[in-house]
Design a protein around this ligand. Structure first.
Ligand code: NAD
Length: 248
């Protein structure tokens, strides 16, 4: 469980893993800021949380733009007066072969998946210093370890970057008791998997020891642990949540 009144920003919280993280952190007592480029989706998730008695604010920032990082943190401080937890979850994974990749698509993937993690972590971590307590949880991917299998070369490189950045930020913020960790999900049952062919999806499931996709809530619970007081001596790690698809 989280201590009372923690305030958490979750990016990409309009659906999938991000929505599940918002719901789980709220269930554990946090006040949440749900950020999604599709603000209407974030509003729906926020409405559900409020209906259950939680506190949720929905914002429509595009986290690919570094200036939005400061805006998101400022809006959180204005609304709730503090910031304790950041979950860098938003990402895109267009399936583009090496031969078909364009510079524009490359930059978009890197900006959303990796650049945002740098600028948001810096802005949020600096805001957390005031409380001498903070948690940043980054969402990487099994692809960051394997290099990606189904036309996800740039995505996977961005996710390897997220694991690396987790370590550097963990060292940077450790003197302020701000812990920075990462989760690397395997295959989760969200929209992100819908752009796989049926054969590729089956091949993916066949690789999983548990022989099924993860439910977003199963990833969210691990993220909530890393965001809690219980994880007080854990920093700089990447925790695999992949049903035994890859054992390292
Ligand atoms: N689904 C999987 O199998 C899987 C596997 C490994 C890792 N992951 C990771 O889990 C995280 C969540 O993925 P998901 O499966 O829930 O994906 P999803 O596509 O279902 O949800 C991602 C959300 O992020 C939002 N988003 C995209 N670009 C944004 C931007 N520029 N600014 C703000 N919001 C933006 C989208 O609108 C969407 O609501 C991602 O980091 C993804 O890489 C997913």
């Amino acid at each position: 469980m989280l201590a009372n009144d923690r305030v958490a920003i979750i990016t990409g919280a309009g659906r999938g893993v991000g929505a599940a993280v918002g719901q789980e952190l709220s269930r554990q007592g946090a006040r949440v800021v749900l950020c999604d480029i599709e603000q209407a989706l974030a509003e729906q998730v926020a409405a559900g949380i409020r209906a259950d008695g939680g506190a949720a604010l929905a914002l429509g920032n595009d986290i690919a733009a570094p200036a939005e990082a400061d805006r998101l943190v400022r809006a959180t401080l204005e609304h709730y007066g503090r910031l304790d937890i950041l979950v860098n979850n938003a990402a895109v994974c267009p399936r583009i072969s090496i031969d078909d990749m364009t510079e524009a698509a490359y930059d978009q993937i890197m900006n959303v998946n990796l650049k945002s993690v740098f600028f948001l972590s810096r802005a949020a971590g600096n805001a957390m210093k005031a409380n001498r307590w903070g948690r940043i949880v980054n969402v990487s991917s099994i692809g960051g370890r394997t290099g990606g299998i189904f036309n996800a070369t740039v995505y996977s490189a961005s996710k390897a970057g997220v694991m690396s950045m987790t370590k550097a930020f963990a060292r940077h913020f450790a003197p302020h008791n701000i812990l920075v960790n990462c989760v690397a999900p395997g295959s989760v049952n969200t929209r992100l998997m819908e752009n796989l062919s049926e054969a590729a999806l089956q091949a993916t499931i066949d690789q999983v020891a548990l022989k099924r996709l993860a439910d977003p809530a199963e990833v969210a619970r691990v993220i909530a642990f890393l965001a809690s007081d219980e994880a007080s001596y854990v920093t700089g790690i990447t925790m695999d949540v992949n049903g035994g698809a890859l054992m390292v």
